[in-house]
Unconditional design. Structure first.
Length: 608
């Protein structure tokens, strides 16, 4: 029989490896395949495969198990390639695959190591040994990506310790892979009977996966190749075939899967082994005993001496390997302990930081929230007023810079009262030929002179025949507002949105700068001014958003942004002697501003 997957290099066999091998041979197991699982297992795996024994054939596979996928790198790839090319005992790449049950390595790292090891196997024309657990979708996706389009002569490999469904078994066989079963098919709760029954005889392998998964009746004990016969018997029982038929097919399938040739030397060795076990040589049937010196020829004696030397060398290598393994394990243990201690320290620091943060948060919640009883602030933005611009060849922009100051108080956590003052100016310089636009009664804006008539109507010329040459004009708008604002969001919200309404008292002043002139070429070159103001009451509507920053000591800083509309529909009008005038029947102004208010609260309210 051929045990196609047994970890004989495992430390579980360090104490009695030779005895186990002899017992397995006596149980009918003549061939073994020993797969590596990580870099540390490479030396022991190769040592066992390279050991010479005339009664058994031991082969191996080199690869990185998904549990150790973080080890995979270019140097390990080179080591595997060198051994495959130089050592005929290395017949496969394995054990490789994906394991999403334990996730000892990150899944993306597992997939990369699996993918690149299949690439190496295809390059070296070697079969692969696949481990999969709760990862069938990704395993078959990657395997199909490689093997769907490869020719039949390209080696495939073994789905080791198969525990999937009938459909996955059929998919494996269709891809050209062999399906291998171990002691789990003998368990009472096994669900693999249908899968075993339906596997074609030419795609069937058996294994022990020693030292794991010991079959019934040895379940719970250390597994070994000695128990392979129990697995063969269970397969024969499920398939309804003679156990010798199962042994024959699985042996031939293993040679075919791993590309191991039928050798004449192997036949001779097996025949000789059978001869030695017959009654004619009963005196040498003790396992491991050498034949009596009387039947040894000179060549045989030299061969036995060479074999003893090799066994001694292998024993020394095994001792050294065990020592190296112990040192590696101790080093790994120390590193693991150091990492664990470092992680504990980091976790302790994080836990302490979290406790401190939680204590501060609890203390903060116990302090009252300052009630913003009174505050002062400022803002800046853009103001606009709907205007008629009289006798102007080009319009002047009426959206201008508007600063403001405000004093605020809060009656409740939602209701604010605010008094604010804002101002904006619209102005322009006029061309020097303004006399033709505004003089000699050609304009409805008759110039206003200091010596006005008794009727109050400004004459066009004074007694000297002088008229007004307008040089520039300013229109200033001042708004004194009394507003009530209501917060429409919860007081605990990060951003508080509010609406408001109020009364605004508008003061609007026109100021003209002019020179006195008798014609367009002669003037007194003096700056004369003419200024008139008028007032209106208006309704103000506003909308805004704000956020509170607690500064401590009862102070709260509140940045805000808002837009407002001011509408005055009745009231006094501006004199008709100015270029800049609000619309006669209505005055509409808008404000868009951002600012900040500093509040001070001398008592608090509970936090929500």
């Amino acid at each position: 029989m051929f045990d196609t997957h047994c970890h004989l290099q495992d430390k579980a066999f360090d104490a009695d490896r030779d005895e186990i091998m002899r017992a397995a041979r006596e149980a009918g197991v003549s061939h073994f395949l020993v797969p590596a699982t990580d870099l540390a297992s490479f030396p022991g795996t190769l040592s066992i495969a390279n050991s010479e024994n005339r009664e058994t054939s031991i082969y191996c596979a080199l690869g990185i198990h998904p549990h150790s996928a973080t080890e995979w790198n270019a140097d390990i790839r080179r080591q595997i390639k060198d051994n495959v090319e130089s050592n005929s005992k290395v017949v496969a790449i394995g054990e490789i695959g994906l394991d999403y049950h334990y996730d000892f390595s990150p899944r993306d790292v597992q997939r990369r190591a699996f993918f690149e090891q299949i690439e190496l196997a295809v390059e070296l024309q070697k079969p692969i040994i696949i481990h999969t657990r709760e990862s069938e979708d990704d395993v078959f996706r990657i395997v199909e990506e490689f093997y769907n389009d490869l020719p039949p002569e390209q080696p495939r490999g073994q789905f080791h310790c198969f525990s999937g469904t009938v459909e996955l078994m059929q998919k494996s066989v269709a891809l050209g892979f062999s399906v291998s079963f171990t002691g789990n098919i003998t368990f009472k709760n096994s669900t693999l009977a249908d899968v075993v029954r339906l596997v074609p005889l030419d795609a069937f392998l058996i294994e022990t996966d020693s030292p794991y998964l010991a079959p019934v009746p040895h379940r719970g004990k250390r597994n070994s190749p000695v128990f392979l016969k129990h697995i063969a018997e269970k397969v024969a029982e499920i398939k309804g075939l003679d156990v010798s038929n199962i042994m024959k097919h699985t042996f031939e399938n293993a040679l075919k899967t791993f590309r191991i040739p039928h050798s004449l030397a192997l036949i001779i060795i097996l025949a000789f082994s059978g001869l030695l076990s017959s009654t004619a040589f009963a005196q040498v049937t003790t396992p491991g005993a050498a034949p009596p010196d009387s039947i040894l020829t000179g060549d045989r004696r030299k061969t036995e001496e060479l074999r003893k030397k090799q066994e001694e060398e292998l024993a020394r290598e095994a001792v050294q390997h065990r020592q190296d393994s112990i040192q590696d394990l101790e080093k790994a243990r120390q590193e693991s302990v150091e990492k664990a201690q470092q992680q504990v320290r980091q976790d302790s620091i994080k836990a302490a930081q979290q406790i401190i943060a939680q204590d501060r948060a609890r203390e903060f919640l116990l302090t009252p929230q300052p009630w913003k009883a009174i505050g002062i602030g400022g803002s800046a933005g853009v103001g606009n007023m709907q205007m008629d611009i009289i006798v102007k060849r080009s319009l002047t922009a009426t959206s201008v810079f508007e600063p403001a100051i405000q004093i605020s108080t809060e009656l409740t956590r939602r209701l604010d009262i605010e008094i604010s003052y804002a101002h904006m100016d619209v102005s322009d310089n006029f061309p020097q030929d303004s006399v033709y636009n505004f003089g000699a009664g050609t304009s409805p804006n008759r110039p206003y002179m200091p010596n006005t008539s008794s009727s109050g109507h400004p004459p066009t010329f004074n007694s000297q025949g002088e008229t007004r040459l307008i040089q520039s004009e300013d229109f200033g708008i001042s708004a004194l507002s009394f507003d009530a604002r209501f917060v429409i969001t919860q007081p605990s919200a990060i951003v508080g949105f509010y609406v408001g309404a109020g009364y605004t008292y508008l003061t609007m002043t026109n100021t003209q700068h002019y020179a006195l002139a008798k014609d367009s070429t002669h003037s007194d070159n003096q700056d004369h001014t003419y200024s008139v103001s008028f007032h209106r009451g208006a309704l103000k509507l506003l909308f805004g958003a704000r956020h509170d920053f607690e500064l401590g000591g009862g102070f709260t800083l509140e940045p805000f942004g808002q837009i407002a509309m001011i509408a005055a529909f009745q009231g006094s009008q501006q004199q008709p002697d100015f270029v800049f005038r609000p619309t006669a029947d209505q005055i509409i102004a808008t404000q868009a501003s951002v600012g900040v208010t500093l509040y001070y609260g001398w008592f608090g309210v509970p936090r929500q």
